[in-house]
Design a protein around this ligand. Structure first.
Ligand code: FES
Length: 116
């Protein structure tokens, strides 16, 4: 079942920006990369570092702690199947933005291996 939660307008980052949001006990980072919005868990799945300050290399986000890179769209780590950061679907309706908190997207092996 879908559980859409509206993201406050002031938390929607401008193009090239990012914002940290806390919704229903989840800490998430929103990115606006070239006009596309992405939402991921703030916590790195490797050892829990905050991904908020990670360096972006195109659509790949480098964890500031140990350097793993995550694709913002899929959450996948290039070259590693079945491991990645949780990502969330976003919907924009009539100028408002909603996030589906019902289930983070899984990092399916086939999806992740495409990034190698
Ligand atoms: S905590 Fe992110 S790569 Fe180790």
């Amino acid at each position: 079942m879908t559980r859409l939660v509206e993201i406050p307008a002031e938390k929607i980052p401008p193009v090239g920006g990012r914002s940290l949001i806390r919704l229903e006990e989840k800490s998430l980072v929103l990115f606006n990369q070239d006009g596309s919005l992405y939402a991921i868990d703030e916590s790195c799945p490797h050892n829990g570092a905050s991904l908020f300050t990670g360096k972006l290399e195109g659509r790949l986000l480098r964890c500031p702690a140990h350097g793993l890179r995550f694709d913002l769209a899929s959450g996948c780590v290039p070259g590693v199947s079945g491991f990645g950061v949780a990502t969330y679907a976003l919907e924009q309706r009539q100028g408002r933005c909603f996030i589906d908190l019902s289930r983070p997207r899984a990092q399916e092996a086939s999806q992740c291996t495409q990034l190698q």
